[in-house]
Design a protein around this ligand. Structure first.
Ligand code: PMP
Length: 356
């Protein structure tokens, strides 16, 4: 039977007007050098021989939790595993923010999913622009605290690559004590582990840290991320998480990636990427089409070009796919380049040199 069906008229008001997050995969492209999603450029090798797929997996697979707790120097009660750090961002909003009443806060230019998750749940967003040097505007954060339940702070920040200063972070943790959670997104921390704030969890029960296997662990396709927090916070997140957030193969591969061999392999990957990042930054720095290569201790660099759109298009046409950041506040003419293999680095350098 035909009916006059209009799905949009049934959708929630905030979903009707939403623009979905344009992930690197959704943006498409026809490349052979993929440098737009901050992935690791080569694939790790894993055996998978679990046959018991007739059974549901554990909600929080013990081996994954134990290995991550050991790796991060925390107790298993301080660790939650889920379907990527993106799911952690969303779980926190679902568990802590009442739509129409509470707000979440973040500091642009930064990672886009904080905003998309808030929008999905109809939760008010407070956007506190970073200062011109991309440090936190601590005074503006303080002024906007009433009704704020969650503050997302990305460090190292995506896409700018800067680390958030400890003093500013501590100030925000102190001013929010007892009234809001401060969520430090450490997705890229393996590239600069000296800046991790995991040791602060002992003193700040309102601190939450996000981690992922998508970057230095080279497992973006696995979809596995972690939330590190006080056991009381983890308990609340466990109320709203899906019953089986990780499939059995994901749990097996994640546990393996986090054993001592897996951690050592990850560290050697970090060393290679860091070397390639320095080489790429130095090669681009003095080219006449480049205005500035921003410092970074991650697996990407942000570059301000004289004409960013021209560089983006020229490389796109050669199959080299970068991420255009020019629509973010303060990032006119900026492109983010993921650090790839040495060969990919050379492709990027040659393609940009050709424009000079
Ligand atoms: N946070 C930041 C800062 C990121 O860049 C990303 C990945 N693009 C994520 C979180 C999400 O990571 P995951 O793949 O674990 O969902």
């Amino acid at each position: 039977m035909s009916q006059n069906f209009n799905a949009a008229s049934l959708a929630r008001e905030n979903v009707k007007v939403m623009t979905p997050y344009m992930s690197a995969r959704r943006l498409g492209g026809n490349g052979d050098v993929w440098l737009n999603a901050n992935e690791y450029p080569t694939a790790p090798d894993f055996q998978f021989n679990e046959r018991n797929l007739n059974r549901y997996p554990e909600c929080q697979p013990a081996a994954v939790i134990q290995n991550y707790a050991a790796y991060s120097g925390l107790t298993p009660e301080q660790v939650l595993v889920c379907r990527g750090a993106d799911e952690s961002i969303e779980l926190l909003i679902r568990a802590f923010c009442e739509p129409g009443k509470d707000a979440m806060m973040y500091c642009p230019p930064t990672y886009g999913m904080y905003s998309v998750s808030a929008e999905t749940f109809g939760v008010e967003q407070k956007k506190i622009m970073a200062l011109p040097d991309w440090s936190l505007n601590v005074d503006a954060i303080r002024e906007n605290l009433p009704n704020t339940k969650l503050i997302y702070i990305c460090s190292p920040n995506n896409p700018t690559g800067n680390i958030i200063d400890n003093k500013a972070l501590l100030e925000v943790l102190e001013m929010t004590a007892g009234r809001a959670l401060v969520v430090v997104d450490e997705a890229y921390i393996e590239f600069c582990p000296q800046y991790s704030v995991t040791s602060w969890l002992a003193n700040y029960p309102n601190l939450v840290i996000l981690r992922t296997l998508s970057k230095a662990f080279a497992l973006a396709g696995l979809r596995c991320g972690f939330t590190l927090a006080a056991p009381e916070v983890i308990e609340i997140l466990l109320k709203v998480i899906a019953p089986y957030p990780l499939s059995t193969p994901v749990a097996m591969i994640a546990a393996k990636a986090l054993d001592s061999d897996g951690i050592n392999t990850m560290k050697s990957r970090v060393a290679i990427i860091s070397q390639n990042r320095i080489a790429l930054s130095e090669a681009l720095r003095d080219l006449p089409v480049v205005e500035k290569v921003y410092p970074s201790e991650t697996n990407y660099i942000l570059v301000r070009f004289i004409d960013g759109a021209k560089v983006f298009k020229a490389l796109w046409d050669k199959g080299i796919i970068l991420r255009d950041q020019s629509k973010q506040p303060g990032l006119v003419n900026c492109l983010r380049i993921t650090i790839g293999t040495e060969t990919e680095n050379v492709r990027v350098i040659e393609a940009i040199e050709a424009l000079c």
